[in-house]
Design a binder for this molecule. Sequence first.
Ligand code: NDP
Length: 258
Amino acid sequence: MSLEARGAVVTGGGRGIGAAVARSLAEAGASVVVCARTEREIEVIADELSSAGKRAWAVPCDVTDPKSVRAMAEAALKRLESVDILVNSAGMAFSAPVHKMTLQDWNRLLAVNATGTFLCTQALLPGMVERKWGRVINIASVAAKSGAKYISGYAASKHAVLGFTRSVAEEVAASGITVNAVCPGYVDTEMTRESLERIVASTGLSYEEALAAILDTTPQKRLITPEEVAAAVVWLCGDSAGGVNGQPIVMDGGGLRA
Ligand code: NDP
């Protein structure tokens, strides 16, 4: 798979899935702009890639802030010349029974996961339309297609991401652009480790017991790796996946089969 001559922006690229996506896109030949709020983390990833002879830059961005997204889009365009690929991986998790979720919790989830995806897509899509080639890949979740207790806000925000994905996919289908979502189950990242710590704090289970309880809900009894998610993203970026549009690519070992 060669993505030489493609410019890519990866939000949430400082760690976890976004960092794995940035590495895999660079490995496939793309030039990559790595975005998140924590400059130290995005610089580590961009430096790692640059040291390995790849073309990569760190550009700080808060995806919930329209001004910050506009500035990021301008900076990305300067470095990449064209942004052909956008991976929206910036996201946050939150769990609480619905009666304990505050309006602030709800608004924050929607702002980061859904509005962030909208703002970055809106900022970078016009250039793709102009050049008649583009890939937008939103890292949603199995929670974009299902619900579960204590994740009503997170699931609502990810359902929004999938509805957005499906709708924009149809808008740009005739412009050489595809818009898809990758929907993983539990992935081995900081986000999952933080969720496990919350379970430990609220139940008194040990970390190992909490992990075993989570794994027990997964068909393959394992966490998905960030590299598996990144491989799906790279595949979606290729010309051979050009007919895949508006799809949720579920990656959870077979839990969700609809
Ligand atoms: P991590 O917590 O490891 O990383 C999240 C990334 O998003 C960080 O780089 C963080 O950087 C960035 N981010 C968070 N808020 C903002 C913001 N306002 N503006 C810009 N960047 C932001 O999470 P994962 O890598 O695990 O998750 C990535 C995506 O995958 C998320 O959308 C998540 O919902 C989804 N997902 C994760 C699963 C999992 O089990 N881990 C399962 C299914 C989906 P910073 O804080 O510095 O801004």
